[in-house]
Design a protein around this ligand. Structure first.
Ligand code: AMP
Ligand code: MG
Length: 484
């Protein structure tokens, strides 16, 4: 029998950037690492042996106590606009171990989050608490299963050490996987703290890592902006279609390659209300559900500003080009969004009145505070709990039905289309909370069952039903917290 090999294949291309872009930093060892959860599927995709990762050596690596072969841990430097204000940031509690070359040939950042202080920690302790790391694990894996581009979670290890927040909590380290951790804020750091020479190196690195096809473009930096616009438009359309609210869309939390990153105060919407905000610190609703497309465009404008000196030597010409790319965002977003909505309603072709049909449905849902996910499920399966709540729903329903009859599809194929585009379940806030409370108390089994159900949201299995009910109504709005 062939001996098992752990499968590490780390490289460190980020180290080739000028040294201002990172600080070499060893993880701070933890007292008694204990594996809470490890992602078998993600491990396999990385070419890592699950049995090895969950062994004492694997867990020591996942906690930062020992390093895998070829790891060269760094904290990455970045800046960012937080709630509109520019600040110097950087990985204050995370370290990039290296880039794993997957058997498929792709390159994935392996990052420990909660691994101790770094030169960018400011007043922070460099640590993370178990609850929020498990929350990131659940929601990022749910997003992945929903076909929404996202960073992923490989494992969560409890450190056996306390972390001090408002109360004393259990410490933990999350292993995060990302196509890269290059953010809009990384470009802001280069543009405003370094020189154009370093900025160009970052842009060239980003292009060769994520958009190699652009290397031969006549204006590669403009093309980079164009690609970022395309990817964000697609990403945000997917958030809107799933009812996902990121909660803290600061420019340091926007990945250039278009993955959802930084699961702090995010949450999924229950009742449809475009103004929904969950984050306790988002007093003015800057990052509310219906603002997400606008904010993405605002962030992309900050990205565009950093690229101006590379786009053209003449500032005015550069600005004109950049503006033209930015102005494409709304059109692309709206197209993706309408395409997604058509699929959610089982519409296989296009008609001019489709947008109005969708908007009328959303208006009704808002008026009757209907559950977003379950309304689409009711339409999919012809069940009526959700839609019955809406007294003037009948008229819309007739319009929808006659629209469906005008397309040449069978009822079965229409339902199939809807099943593929309307998830049976989302990580509902009250169920996520229940899973976290149990896991923090030492019982991970409920969370594992929930994760299993979340893994195939479009399969519509019986075992998923127990996770589909909205929370019982209370007067207390659900709140989420950052900086945990
Ligand atoms: P976030 O809200 O997670 O996007 O973090 C914003 C910034 O604060 C980033 O630079 C983080 O690295 C940093 N940060 C968050 N929590 C801590 C902590 N406990 N210790 C040090 N830095 C932190
Ligand atoms: Mg962040």
């Amino acid at each position: 029998m062939k001996a098992s090999t752990p499968g590490w294949a780390l490289v460190n291309s980020y180290l080739k950037l000028p040294e201002q872009f990172y600080s070499r930093q060893e993880p701070t060892p933890v007292k008694s690492p204990k594996l809470i959860i490890c992602n078998k599927q993600a491990a396999a995709e990385l070419g890592l042996e699950f049995n090895y990762l969950t062994s004492a050596e694997g867990v020591a690596i996942l906690s930062g106590n020992i390093k895998p072969p070829n790891a060269a841990p760094i904290a990455q430097a970045y800046a960012g606009h937080q709630f509109g204000y520019f600040t110097m940031l950087g990985d204050g509690r995370a370290l990039l171990l290296g880039e794993q070359l997957k058997p498929s040939g792709e390159r994935v950042d392996i990052q420990l989050k909660g691994s101790g202080r770094t030169p960018y920690s400011r007043g922070g302790d460099g640590r993370a608490a178990l609850g929020p790391m498990l929350r990131e694990y659940i929601i990022s894996e749910a997003m992945h299963a929903l076909n929404i581009p996202t960073t992923r979670s490989l494992a969560v290890v409890a450190t056996g050490e306390p972390v001090y927040r408002e109360t004393t909590l259990k410490g933990a380290v999350l292993t995060r996987l990302a196509k890269s951790h290059i953010r809009v804020g990384t470009f802001e750091f280069a543009a405003y703290m370094l020189s154009v020479n370093e900025l160009k190196k970052l842009a060239d690195y980003t292009i060769s890592r994520h958009f190699p096809d652009l290397l031969t473009d006549n204006r590669p930096y403009l093309a980079l902006l164009r690609e970022a616009v395309n990817r964000q438009a697609l990403l945000i359309s997917k958030w809107q279609l799933a009812g996902f609210i990121h909660g803290v869309m600061n420019t340091d939390n926007m990945s250039i390659c278009g993955e959802t990153i930084d699961y702090g105060p995010c949450a999924f919407m229950d009742e449809y209300d475009p103004k929904t905000v969950f984050s306790s610190i988002d007093t003015y609703g800057r990052y509310a559900y219906n603002n997400q497309p606008k904010i993405a465009q605002w962030n992309l404008a900050r990205f565009a500003e950093t690229l101006l000196p590379l786009i053209d030597n003449d500032a005015k010409t550069a600005k004109g080009y950049a503006q033209a790319e930015l102005s494409r965002f709304s059109g692309i977003f709206n197209e993706y969004w309408l395409r997604g909505m058509r699929l959610k309603l089982g519409l296989a072709n296009e008609e001019a009145g489709d947008k109005a049909l969708v908007e009328l449905l959303l208006e009704l849902m808002q008026k009757y505070r209907a559950d977003y996910t379950n309304t689409f499920l009711s339409l999919t399966f012809g069940t009526i709990e959700e839609i019955n709540k809406m007294a003037d729903f009948e008229e819309w329903y007739m319009q929808w039905q006659s629209r469906l009859r005008r397309q040449n599809t069978t009822e079965a194929s229409c339902r199939e289309l809807m099943k593929q585009n309307n998830p049976a379940l989302i990580p509902r806030n009250h169920i996520v909370e229940e899973a976290l409370i149990k896991a923090e108390a030492g019982d991970i089994s409920y969370m594992k069952g929930f994760l299993k159900a979340l893994r195939t949201p479009y399969a519509h299995l019986e075992m998923q039903a127990e996770y589909t009910l909205p929370a019982p109504k209370t007067d207390m709005a659900y709140k989420t917290f950052c900086g945990t």
